[in-house]
Design a protein around this ligand. Structure first.
Ligand code: PMP
Ligand code: GLN
Length: 389
């Protein structure tokens, strides 16, 4: 093994999905819907294949999809002025987008600031580049904070002369935090002061619960010129297996990402790109219904967890719930989740893997439950938790 992969085990998602399968557990671990995306979008993919959209797409993506991405940003997030020819690149999922953004912007020895808990590919990608991570923990709601929050002095202390990129994720996996405009403005001020670029991972942009509202980071004035927005169709259209993602950025930043992308995958699946353009053009009602459905699933799992005696933090967005597992007699979150999947028949994710060594203990008292599942699966999971915990 090369040094850059020698220390990497199997991802926690692969590990717990395999355990769920082996033990016949209800899988509230890995975040993928157990239901399919819209019929019209699947039909658009079939039609694209039949119509011969089967050879390489342009490296930056099918033009019609780039146009749809620009229109969608303006329609839902007030993100206007996106030039589909100079500001958009289509990637193989947000996962590829994240890697290409970092490849395009970060040199070995540079520093990248991100919040903990983090999506696991950030940390691995920072390692691939020989860059250094500086993590700032999000803190759970408490007597003086109604949502997950961060200490502004701690963020400031993480910035320095070698900081190149701040990674944001809103709505946030796994805490469900939705960053407020005021928080984004504070972070924008810091990035302007230190001349830092921002990777804003917004894959859960359509899974937000009122009164929280998704603010696209790039629409905050201090962030507009320095932000690369990353998203994908996986969560918004319940099509995580399609792996169609994209970045939106000012032309110079997009150029940096595009240079990397052309030598990582060059281009991504053309018929699925054609169908993703149709998905992004679905009527407003589709997106409203998605939100309503997820709200009802969130409520279902929240009340189920409460009935099972688990204290849960109410997520403002995303399809994850973090629950407090302290005081239940387990050494840590990994021990709890292993017990849960093998003995209780429910898979959840131990969030300590989303922290660096310094703050790992913060994740060891929690478990992440996904509610992107059918009601029957959520209900059966709750039944097992109530009986077996
Ligand atoms: N970022 C976050 C925060 C995610 O939760 C995920 C999906 N699990 C991704 C990126 C990757 O998205 P994709 O499946 O489009 O590669
Ligand atoms: N994003 C999904 C999650 O957080 C999983 C993606 C993956 O398996 N890499 O559960």
């Amino acid at each position: 093994f090369a040094g850059r992969v020698a220390h990497l085990g199997t991802t926690v998602f692969t590990e717990f999905s395999a355990l769920a399968l082996k033990h016949g557990a209800m899988n509230l671990g890995q975040g993928f819907p157990d239901f399919d995306g819209p019929e019209a979008v699947k039909e658009a993919a079939r039609k694209a294949i039949t119509d011969g959209v089967n050879q390489y797409a342009p490296s930056s993506g099918l033009r019609d999809l780039r146009v749809a991405i620009a229109e969608h940003g303006a329609r839902f997030h007030g993100h206007t002025g996106i030039d589909p020819d100079t500001m958009v690149t289509v990637t193989s999922g947000a996962t590829e987008a994240i890697f290409c953004v970092l490849l395009g912007l970060v040199d070995p020895g540079d520093e990248v600031v991100a919040f903990e808990p983090f999506y696991d590919s950030y940390d691995a990608n920072i390692g691939f580049l020989g860059a250094k991570s500086r993590y700032v923990p999000l803190r759970p709601p408490d007597a003086s904070h109604s949502t997950w929050w961060f200490d502004r002095d701690e963020v400031r202390a993480a910035f320095g002369p070698r900081t190149r990129v701040l990674i944001l994720n809103t709505p946030h996996n796994p805490t469900g935090k939705v960053f407020t405009r005021e928080e984004l403005e504070f972070l924008g001020g810091l990035c302007a002061e230190f001349d830092v670029k921002v990777l804003s991972d917004e894959v859960y942009e359509h899974i937000v619960f009122a009164p929280a509202r998704h603010i696209r980071a790039a629409t905050v004035p201090s962030l507009t010129d320095r932000t690369v927005t990353v998203s994908s169709g996986g969560k918004s259209f319940s099509l995580t297996g399609w792996k169609i993602g994209w970045i939106i950025a000012p032309p110079a930043l997009r150029d940096a990402v595009q240079r990397a992308h052309q030598f990582v995958t060059f281009a991504t699946a053309s018929p699925l790109q054609a169908a993703m353009a149709a998905a992004l053009r679905l009527p407003d009602t589709y997106f409203q219904e998605l939100g309503t459905q997820y709200l009802s699933k969130r409520e279902r799992l929240l009340s189920g967890l409460a009935e099972a005696g688990l204290k849960a933090y109410v997520p403002e967005g995303s399809y994850f719930i973090m629950a407090d597992i302290r005081g239940r007699g387990f050494a840590d979150d990994v021990a709890f989740c292993r017990h849960l999947v093998t003995e209780v028949g429910v898979a959840a994710i131990p969030p300590s893997v989303f922290y660096g060594p310094e703050h790992k203990h913060l994740g060891q008292g929690m478990a992440r439950f996904a509610f992107c599942k059918t009601e029957a699966v959520l209900d059966e999971a709750v039944r097992r938790l109530k009986e077996g915990l």
